[in-house]
Design a protein around this ligand. Structure first.
Ligand code: ADP
Ligand code: MG
Length: 311
């Protein structure tokens, strides 16, 4: 798999006050983003997501570590030319209109005005802001500004799109629209790295995840595989269930509502559990594998503490 972005052993600390002690934000973080994937950088507030993305974009300086974008050193301007970025808190001059702002960014990115104009109209339409294109942004809500931020990130037709909490400030319909937009960009070949603290968003859009906590990776990989690996098996007992089934294998538990018929067994213990069930005279009607939800996975790895399940 070709990586469009690879980050290795990234360390970053911040001074808590000028000359004061430093707080560690990233402690040896590493990950890579394969071409054409949609990767979710997931972690609770303060985990280090924004710091990571800022380091990748050259907006914060890591203490040490390596960042390569499209195989080049991340510090090279050329490396970032094909990267679009939506910051966590986009800062715009609110006395501009979206169309003027985007034209300004387009010119900064080296686009000709004649090429930028139709692209801007297309993008304003894509993010659902065509009717507000010529109104100054001081009247905009956070969600509207977020849409303009997305249009800005897409301006130069990036091959790699990096988004810091793209759904923040959006209402449920806005969130849905962003999801659809990202899915369609992804099927058009754009590689996407997005940070989020919302599990449902990540589960819906991403095919890979990097879960970070306190500046360190706690799990990463293909989402489906992670959830499958830590999943359980549901064992359906055939009738009649023997009396001795009151004592079930030590790592098994009755499935909710399935007492006496349905057992949950950790994947690694399946063979031992089946053997002991057969030994006890039970018959096995069916074994199904049950995938974890991302929330269950997360709680197992990090715990519920400090976590906003939906923010
Ligand atoms: N500019 C800064 N100065 C000092 N500390 C910071 C700064 N930015 C972030 N931090 C600290 O670094 C840690 C990681 O923050 P951040 O990267 O914003 O996390 P996330 O985006 O996952 O919520 C937090 O402890 C935060 O308080
Ligand atoms: Mg953040």
């Amino acid at each position: 798999m070709e990586a469009v972005l690879s980050v290795e052993d990234l360390w970053k600390s911040y001074a808590t006050r000028p000359g004061g002690p430093r707080r560690q934000a990233l402690s040896g973080l590493g990950f890579s983003v394969p071409r054409n994937s949609v990767v979710g950088l997931l972690g609770p507030n303060g985990a280090g997501k924004t710091t990571t993305l800022k380091c990748v974009m050259g907006l914060a300086r890591p203490d040490s570590g390596s960042i390569r974008i499209f195989g080049r050193d991340g510090g090279a301007v050329e490396a970032r030319r094909k990267v679009g970025f939506l910051p966590e808190q986009p800062y715009f001059d609110l006395y501009l209109t979206p169309r003027k702002l985007l034209l300004y960014y387009g010119r900064l990115a080296g686009m000709e005005a004649s090429a930028a104009r139709p692209r801007i109209s297309y993008l304003l339409n894509l993010v659902g802001m065509e009717d507000e294109a010529d109104i100054t942004m001081d009247k905009f809500s956070k969600g509207m500004l977020q849409r303009i931020g997305l249009a800005q990130a897409l301006l130069a037709e990036p091959e790699l799109l990096i988004l810091d909490e793209p759904s923040s400030g959006l209402d449920p319909l806005g969130k849905l629209q962003v999801r659809d937009m990202l899915k369609s960009l992804s099927s058009g070949g754009t590689t996407i790295l997005l940070s989020s603290h919302q599990l449902s968003e990540i589960e819906e859009i991403c095919d890979r995840v990097i879960i970070i906590h306190k500046g360190r990776e706690v799990a990463s990989g293909a989402l489906a595989e992670l959830l499958e690996e830590e999943g359980e098996c549901e064992v359906l007992l055939g009738k009649p269930v023997p009396e001795s089934m009151a004592t079930i294998p030590p790592t098994a538990s009755w499935a909710e509502g399935g007492e006496g018929k349905r057992l949950l067994v950790p994947r690694d213990d399946l063979n031992a559990a089946l053997a002991s069930l057969l030994e006890a005279g039970a018959s096995i009607a069916e074994v199904r594998s049950r995938r974890l939800s991302l929330e269950e996975f997360f709680v197992r790895r990090i715990g519920k503490q400090g976590w906003e399940v939906e923010g």
